[in-house]
Design a protein. Structure first.
Length: 200
């Protein structure tokens, strides 16, 4: 059975493929956006990660007639009432370079003491079927906001994020280590039963 993953990010596809394989689920083919006829990209104007994930998954299911999986994710800093949140990718005002987003966030948190620097990477994955069934799941990866970037791997806020129980930043972990514990992995694993049921 074919499922559309509303992304052209090969890493996202690979992550879900690995999770399904580990769960022993066969007969599922995951398609990236590039494998289906193009359709208008929906405007992600939701107020929450769940809103935006559903916007993308509904658009994909409606346009292609396939079950569609989409995710929306970002960094939630407790001191900033959960922001940058859905604005994570464009925190500096534009859909801008990671460095600018990071610099702005560090500046805003400059005088915040260590005990109030809790944050979490959050991912909400939505699965929508052509007949209107909708499932959303959330994965959280808790940690602390560092005072300066550390590490060369990863992207986005990875160099500023120290996962709970780690001495390293997320940007100092290997992709394999991150996949084991990441927010998106935690969310996607919660979709396994639904995907298995749909794939029959």
């Amino acid at each position: 059975m074919q499922f559309l993953v509303a992304s052209n990010n090969a890493k996202k596809l690979k992550e879900l493929e690995t999770i399904l394989a580990d769960a022993g689920i066969a007969g599922v083919e995951l398609l990236p956006l590039s494998a289906v006829e193009s359709y208008p990209e929906p405007v992600e104007d939701g107020r929450t990660f769940a809103d935006n994930a559903l916007i993308k998954a509904r658009a994909g299911a409606q346009a292609t007639g396939l079950v569609c999986v989409a995710d929306d994710s970002g960094l939630a800093v407790e001191e900033l009432n959960g922001m940058p949140g859905v604005l994570s990718a464009r925190w500096c005002g534009a859909h801008g370079p990671d460095e600018e987003n990071n610099r702005l966030l560090l500046g805003q948190m400059q005088h915040v003491p260590d005990e109030r620097r809790a944050c979490a990477f959050v991912s909400v994955c939505a699965l929508v079927t052509p007949d209107g069934k909708e499932v959303t799941v959330e994965g959280r990866w808790p940690g602390t906001l560092l005072r300066a970037p550390q590490g060369e791997n990863g992207f986005g806020y990875d160099p500023l994020f120290q996962p709970e129980g780690e001495k390293r930043s997320a940007a100092e972990m290997t992709p394999e280590e991150k996949n084991e514990v990441s927010h998106r992995g935690r969310a996607l694993r919660q979709l396994v039963d639904t995907i298995a049921e749909l794939a029959g």
